[in-house]
Write a protein that binds this ligand. Sequence first.
Ligand code: FAD
Length: 600
Amino acid sequence: MSRYTSMELNKFLLQEVHAVNELFVLPKFAHLNWEEAWMMIESAKLLADRDMAPYFKEMDAKPAEYDGNGGVKTHPQLKTIIKHAAENGWIGGGAKFEHGGMQLPMMIYNTAHHIFMSANNSCQGYFSLSAGAAALITSFGTEEQIKTFVPNIFAGKWQGTMALTEPQAGSSLTDITTSAKLATDGLYRVKGQKIFISGGQHEACDNFVHLTLARIEGAPAGVKGISLFIIPKFWPEQDGTLTPNDVFCAGDFQKMGQRGYCTTHLVFGDKDSCRAWLVGEPHKGLSYMFQMMNEARISVGLDAASVAMAAYQASLQYASERPQGRLASEKDPLKAPTLIINHADVQRMLLTQKAIAEGSLSLAMECNRLSDLVHGTEGEEKQKNLLLLELLTPIVKTYSSEQGSRSAALAIQTLGGYGFTMDFPVQQHYRDVKIMSLYEGTTGIQSIDLLGRKVVMEEGRALIILAEAIQETSKKASAHEALKKYGNDLSQELTRIKQVLQHLSGFAQQGNVDRYLADATVFMEQVSYVVIGWQWLKQAVAALSALQLGNTDQTPDFYEGKIHTMKFFFRYELPHAAACAKTLMDAEHLTNIKKKEIFG
Ligand SMILES: Cc1cc2nc3c(=O)[nH]c(=O)nc-3n(C[C@H](O)[C@H](O)[C@H](O)COP(=O)(O)OP(=O)(O)OC[C@H]3O[C@@H](n4cnc5c(N)ncnc54)[C@H](O)[C@@H]3O)c2cc1C
């Protein structure tokens, strides 16, 4: 079993870069201290080593499979994985005490989940979906709904899912047609189909709790007519018995990656008797669901960073063991071949992977910290944290998944031909990570969210808060002569973002919103490079300070590796931001064209 995460990095990010200790003074998290939190993370690592990592390859080779009659066969280990994850608090751990949780900060809870994600990407989704579904019920459900569903979900007995997508409505939830009709028993009867539902049916849980979007008869058109329902596969009756509900699993999609994680096709109400429980008020379903979607988007960003990290660790190990060729300066053919890690081009590939994986992981940690602060602070402070979190959410989801794919491809490239074979794990990482840019809103949709909503909300306040946070890091960097230049580079890129927005907003002011949003993905790329540059500068400031103070939490090599990778990011990656700006500011526009014959 090769190394798939770096516990040194996890500790460094938590303590030295993102100041987790500051959370333990907030009333919500005051029950915990660093030593206890770290012990929990170490025990999560043991769990991943024992229960998850050894099944990484096997769960891919023997994927989840439809049995032809409503059931999905999953790997036998899945039951143990979910059971142990639940027993150790890794499903309900983030929930409040009053709901049976451990009130863990997301920084701690999600560091454990990062370890699970990088150990075996076919299993963590089952328990994070359950956690998200339970959080939705505790936020918007009634006491009775909470009591009925949440303890069973936290115990790992019942699986929570999110059921949004329909065959004709993926990116555009406006177009969902699943219908709901109020019945005389006060419940609803739902009819419709949902596709691509992760964890929708499998052998490891006894019941399935589908958090489902549907339209109540007579509801307004569009997103304002969507309601949220709880639809269990087996209905929990008042006397505690379970009655089959009219929910049928009609298939399981076979996929290129995450093959141990089932993706089902669900049919509700085929016999007109699918009982559903409304959550909250009618027609407010999508706004409720956004809570789960936003958490899931950060989680997908973390997931992509985690797979990129596992692929990086595997390629680093290979490059450190594989001899091939000699340096150009070595003319003696009788000299033993050098290890490939000594070739500059292999170092470029390794540094690119490290920059992407660790930069993305740091950004995910930043988002987790903001989420903890949103829930642990009040007033203006809370609002500022929330705005920044909302702005960073589509960025962490998109940068990590798009660049995570690139990073995993570089891991294959580092191994040469062996990387393409099934003997090494990197091809699986490459297949596993691809989904991250698709589900929970594709890259195109996230980019439109960034440029069309997040950048303009509250008259651009979120972007101002981000710029202030970046300037604060630059100020800290400027206290070190060696880092000053990098802070200046970021300031220059912030100015460039402003110029691009001034240019684009001209189109919006003319009412040409299609043109304004046409290259939103290029804008996403531009902003992402700057945001990841910020994360790298933060890491470099922490590393240099540690070296100067003689901090022995990590080795000097570890800290120097951080500073070196920061320099690499600024030299090899950040310049792409300027290239994006050039594309965005060009007077000639090449997308959003009406003449489709051009594609012929
Ligand atoms: C493995 C897997 C697991 C999933 N799990 C779940 C789940 O648990 N629950 C759930 O509800 N769903 C789930 N999904 C569904 C997933 O969220 C959708 O596949 C995704 O939102 C995209 O929808 P679509 O596949 O219909 O593609 P489409 O929406 O048809 O998109 C196709 C392409 O068109 C682009 N596009 C679409 N609309 C626009 C637009 N307005 N502007 C610009 N570009 C646009 C997209 O970016 C994309 O590149 C899962 C999907 C997969 C593959």
